[in-house]
Design a protein around this ligand. Sequence first.
Ligand code: TRP
Length: 449
Amino acid sequence: MASPRGEFRSRLGFILAAAGSAVGLGNIWGFPTQAASNGGAAFLITYLLLAFVLAYPALMAELLIGRHTHRNMVMALGSLPKRNALASLGRLTGIGGLITASMILSFYAIVAGWMLGFAASYPLSAAGMASTGDWLVTFSSPRNLALMLLFMILTMAVVLGGVEDGIERWSRRLMPLLIATLTALALYVLTLEGALTGLKIYLLPDFEKVLSGDLLIDALGSAFFSLSLGVGTMLIYGSYLSDAENVPSVGAQVALVDVGIAVLAGFLILPAMYVADARGVPIFNDAGGLLSEDTLIFTVLPALFETMEGAGTWLATAFFALMSIAALTSSISMLEVPVAYLIERHDLSRRNATLLAGGVIAGFSALIVLNFGTLFGWVITISTRYSQPALGILICIFAGWLWQRDALLQELKKNDVDAEQRLFWKIWPLYVKWLCPVIIGVILAQSVL
Ligand code: TRP
């Protein structure tokens, strides 16, 4: 059925778009290195558990609220409770989500811009434009600004196309490309000397390291970031899902793809680090731990590519293109949050909404670039460490406490007459009501203290 609001054309289109949102820099960059430094397979198991025990129910809360209301986060949460005061709290939570999504995009676009810069730098240098290539990979405000703007323009161009012709179309094109590139890179790296050492570290569990509380917090934080929770990205994608789809099942598929790609990335990153080690590239820090995050991506891997001469150029280009694609399918979901709100609440055209939201976020991002030392870390901490889990709790409360049980059941029955008999109905409502807010709350409290 054609609807005036956007609607995903197919189930696969939705799964690829939502998985595209979930799969981003967090998966390919964050997860494998955390696993490497934290007990390998033991971390993997913990992460899988947390993803399904905690993140999946929270994901379901967003998808179901979105699909039920077919509205943006502000209007969706505002419409669930019967009482006026609570409706205002809903709208306020929605606004919080919209601001947080915009903040996340404002730093994400800077990092994604670096990925674009690295991806372009290798072919340019190979073609004899070494100084341009160098400029693209050397930290400076003009370069950060230019690449961030380029990335924001790409993001806005996709969102401008709307749900079917922008988000769904590009997710369908880019996600298979991402999976193919990731697989090919992993297979190639696994043939190189040193790769097996990395593989062993990744796959042999060291249980001692897993049980620490800090680690659980980290793993939960990354599961939350990785599934794009708390800020309404999944809610808005759910709102574009047809009533004919079974939400618990498509939600599970999205979570599986997200976790699957993180695991797959581990088969690339860990072996690559030990291949680098075998070639004399330093991969340990002073404390004896593995280098991770920004040093890994922007120092270790480029040094590894350098040892490979001709093949290195191709590998490097493919790797950073992969990162750029992963970032783009995520950033479009963040931008869609404020854009949908502006369209539905303030009657803007999609074009104007995209230009306005994208422009404001790019402006804020430019502010971060120009005050990098003070603002960059601060914006990341506020948005991902505090705001995201806090909003996550509120969303669980809305789903578990303020949404009438009958209405929820009707929602599930839209495409499954036996919904009442399902395990999901027996467990999930109690789960989001009690367990989710409490566990997230405990973890949040620990990171605040
Ligand atoms: N999940 C993405 C990643 O792993 C990033 C992302 C997209 C995100 N939308 C989000 C993170 C909303 C937090 C909130 O990189």
